[in-house]
Design a protein around this ligand. Structure first.
Ligand SMILES: *Cc1c(COP(=O)(O)O)cnc(C)c1O
Length: 364
């Protein structure tokens, strides 16, 4: 184990999580969402382990080009689509699926002469109010697109759910109803569900599902753990204990002297901080695992280190490995203690953390 923070990426766990998606949705095609560098895991490593996916989705055109150039020939959808005719040309050249979410993009399609027609998803705003055309405009825009020679027919149809992480929310049903009402009579393939959507609302599965977080072993629900869903953590973030010190009652730890010991304790300093992507807002008491035991964060998170109380742990030595999240410690628990979500933690791991990809072995 190197003497610096490292993120171990377990591709066998990723493959396992893909099989959980497959089981939950045996009839839909799976578009594996690998935007933001595969949620921080390394896009190409992730893609290599998802050879059974029917397609991939990324957020930006550059990510899609990287994926195509690496030799992937399956459909690749780009969620943000294009903003210029130059970009449109690139979609055609690389055979990428564009998401049309605003009518100005239809105008660009009317203007351009592409080397070959492109495949598109028409995205409908059913309530999220981020990207998508209005439900009342779908039929009219579809008619416009049908006349456009640069598009493969039939046009595919999608929307995105705003509250699928909350199984009790009524918004999801309303969004699905609005989607269905707006696409009456259209024959293109449909896609509605992200991870939470496909697990929580079977009738949202349609032709294509778009799982992201569950592939990486994060729970898409606020009230159900990844373990309960049968998901395995793909990323394990590690670092070393770099110092140990005994402090006495009344001593403080870290910037701002925000934490004061109410008794004598043993403090371990671990070589990881917000400069590595450990959340600066992690609360006092956030768990860290060392040698199979739980220690608790004390004081503020620094750029390069954190401090944990190991008074209740046995046999802790300088050089021991600490797990910040992953195997042994659910990332959702750390995210929760930090006022954020697992997505944010995964994507936030910085460049200086060494990524070690654990390949899939034959017995897995
Ligand atoms: C990121 C994203 C997804 C994947 O969502 P998860 O919650 O990670 O499963 C699906 N669809 C769209 C449009 C997205 O932006």
């Amino acid at each position: 184990m190197p003497n610096r923070p490292c993120a171990i990426i377990d591709l066998a766990a990723l493959k396992h999580n893909f099989s959980v998606v497959k089981q939950a949705t045996p009839y839909a095609k799976i578009m594996a969402v690998i935007k933001a560098n595969g949620y921080g895991h390394g896009m190409l490593a992730v893609a290599s382990a998802l050879s059974d996916a029917d397609g991939f989705a990324v957020a930006r055109l550059e990510e899609a080009i990287t994926l195509r150039n690496a030799g992937y020939s399956k459909p690749i959808a780009v969620f943000t689509g294009f903003t210029s005719t130059e970009e449109l040309n690139t979609f055609a050249i690389y055979d990428l699926d564009a998401v049309i979410h605003s009518e100005y993009q239809v105008g660009l399609l009317d203007e351009v002469l592409l080397p070959k027609p492109i495949s598109i998803w028409l995205k409908i705003n059913t309530g999220m109010n981020r990207l998508g055309v209005e439900p009342s405009e779908v039929q009219r825009i579809n008619d416009r697109l049908t006349l456009c020679g640069m598009i493969r027919q039939p046009i595919k149809l999608m929307t995105h759910l705003a509250c699928a992480d909350d199984m009790r929310s009524l918004h999801t049903e309303q969004q699905i109803e609005l989607f269905d009402a707006s696409v009456v009579g259209l024959s293109g393939e449909q896609s509605i569900a992200n991870s939470a959507g496909l697990l929580g609302w079977q009738y949202a599965q349609r032709h294509w599902v778009r799982p992201g977080i569950m592939l990486y072993g994060g729970s898409p629900f606020c009230e159900q753990s990844a373990l309960e869903l049968g998901l395995k953590p793909v990323m394990t973030l590690n670092s070393q204990v770099i110092a140990l010190r005994t402090i006495k009652k009344g001593d403080y730890v870290g910037y701002g002297a925000s934490w004061v010991a109410d008794k004598s304790c043993l403090i371990a300093t671990i070589g990881i901080g917000y400069g590595d992507g450990y959340p600066r807002h992690a609360a006092i008491g956030t768990p860290v695992r060392i040698n199979g035991q739980t220690a608790y964060l004390v004081g503020r998170v620094s750029m390069d280190s954190i401090n944990v109380d190991v008074s209740e742990c046995r046999g802790i030595n300088v050089g021991d490995q600490a797990v910040l999240w992953g195997s042994d410690l659910a990332i959702d628990e750390v995210a929760d203690k930090s006022g954020t979500i697992s997505y944010d933690l995964m994507c936030g791991v910085t460049e200086r953390v060494k990524k070690i990809t654990k390949p899939i072995t034959y017995d897995e």
